[in-house]
Design a protein around this ligand. Structure first.
Ligand code: UGA
Length: 440
């Protein structure tokens, strides 16, 4: 099938690349000329494991193309997939301006009976709205399909190629079956629904997962208070198939370009229908509190943070990505700077993006050693594999004070206890202090 993909962000690019991998002829469109030029050279604009290899492979096979010309990609396409961003607007609702522009752009060039697929995350009712916009701009007949995306950053290729399910929402049976056919080579379960249900499945899924995280974070706070251990508690809960083990990792709150925005957008939808979705309000407020937890713990232990060197390990909102959107590291850095601490951060891939957000308010180290050298405390912010493998004995020896605030529970009790001198504060578990007399 000939497919045009509008937008080369995480979703658009991963989708385009994966659809070419299963044999389709795909042309990805973006207005950013520099980005398209890089993509043509086989360079991925985002850090995403496995993506660049498939990009190079399928470009070489002639199945994957990139262009800035809507006309070139759209006039021959059987299927047009819209995957532009829907960022959060000022009022919490999703900003649909890129989507509206995409609808106008494609209506000028599409051939009759093209299937227009909306993959961008859009509030319930948006597919109908976009359909109206296209109809206002062309008399060419077309069909609409809602096909929300469930891939995660950091595992986008795997999540697309081995999806738990694909949701296809359409009022038009023939169009739905054609999109089902497009995905058939993946061999994953496909669910056919109406358009509004498909739109709702996406928001309900993200809001549920965000709520699951806030729930486990709240339980972890309770665990700290009562002396329980969140790792055992989450394990015990997760073994119940009705609950499931995924997304029960307590930490310093969810971030990224999806959960924070989508939870707020769903709340906004509920409000506009007169439904007070209090559960979601609590999900958001628990998450906000969780982001400042490490800072609060450090204040409690250290008193004043003024002129204290704090090493931040990890800046991206989660491992395996360079994305800084809504990363808890931003809140933490601001709080630490507000307290006049010296903040030195290290991240394996997100430093350049972090500089765009945090500028020179903090210092950026080029190695873990540089960040922790002579530090008064270490904040473990993102659970990169290389941080989990750290030799804690060496780390604590290099620091001025062996104080670690672990926001992602990266280290086992055994590993921590093996340190002759450490003061270790994890999430939802008792603190571990060894060699206390020597710590000041
Ligand atoms: C999320 C969803 O997981 C995807 O299914 C969805 O397609 C995507 O949003 C989207 O709407 O585009 P993503 O934002 O890439 O994917 O990242 P996740 O892996 O879901 O993590 C989100 C946040 O939750 C991260 O900050 C992570 O650290 C946090 N998290 C996750 C926890 O704190 N605990 C957990 O147990 C799991």
């Amino acid at each position: 099938m000939k497919i045009a993909v509008l937008g080369t962000g995480y979703v658009g690019l991963s989708t385009g690349v994966c659809l070419s991998e299963i044999g389709h002829s795909v042309c990805c469109i973006d207005v950013d000329e520099a980005k398209i030029n890089r993509l043509r050279q086989g360079l991925s604009p985002i850090y995403e494991p496995g993506l660049e290899d498939l990009l190079v492979k399928n470009t070489a096979l002639g199945r994957l193309h990139f262009t800035t010309s809507h006309k070139e990609a759209i006039e021959t396409a059987d299927i047009i997939i819209i995957a532009v961003g829907t960022p959060q607007g000022d009022d919490g609702a999703a900003d649909l301006s890129y989507l509206v522009q995409a609808a106008k752009d494609l209506s000028a060039h599409m051939k009759p009976n093209t299937i227009v697929v909306i993959k961008s995350t859009v509030p319930v009712g948006t597919n109908d709205y976009v359909k109206c916009i296209i109809e206002e701009h062309t008399n060419t007949p077309f069909k609409m399909v809602s096909n929300p995306e469930f891939l995660r950053q950091g595992s986008a290729v795997k999540d697309t190629m081995k999806a738990d399910r694909i949701v296809i929402g359409s009022q038009d049976k023939e169009a739905a079956l054609k999109i089902q056919e497009m995905y058939r080579p993946l061999g994953v379960p496909i669910l056919l629904t109406n358009v509004r249900s498909a739109e709702m499945i996406k928001y309900a899924s993200n809001a549920f997962l965000a709520t699951k995280i806030s729930f486990i974070n709240e339980i972890s706070n309770l665990c700290e208070a009562v002396g329980a251990n969140i790792i055992d508690v989450a394990d015990g809960m997760g073994r119940d198939n009705r609950i499931g083990a995924a997304f029960l990792q307590a930490g310093i709150g969810y971030g990224g370009s999806c959960f924070p925005k989508d939870v707020k957008a769903l709340l906004h939808t509920a409000d506009s229908y007169g439904i007070s979705f209090d559960l979601l309000k609590n999900t958001i407020s628990i998450n906000e509190s969780q982001k400042i937890l490490l800072y609060q713990k450090a204040c409690k232990v250290l008193g004043s943070l003024k002129n204290k060197k704090i090493a931040l390990l990890g800046l991206s909102f989660k491992p395996e990505t360079d994305d800084m959107r809504e990363a808890p590291s931003i809140n933490i850095a601001h709080l630490l700077r507000g307290a006049e601490a010296q903040v030195v951060a290290y991240d394996p891939v997100a430093t350049e993006n972090a500089k765009k957000v945090l500028g020179n308010t903090i210092e950026y180290a080029s190695s873990i050693e540089e960040a922790i050298d002579n530090a008064d405390a270490l904040f473990l912010v993102t659970e990169w594999q290389k941080f989990k493998q750290l030799d804690l004995v060496k780390v604590t020896q290099q620091m001025k004070q062996p104080l670690i605030f672990d926001g992602r529970n990266c280290f086992s009790e055994e590993k921590v206890r093996a340190c002759p001198r450490i003061e270790y504060y994890p999430i939802g578990k008792p603190a571990i202090i060894t060699g206390k007399d020597e710590i000041n």
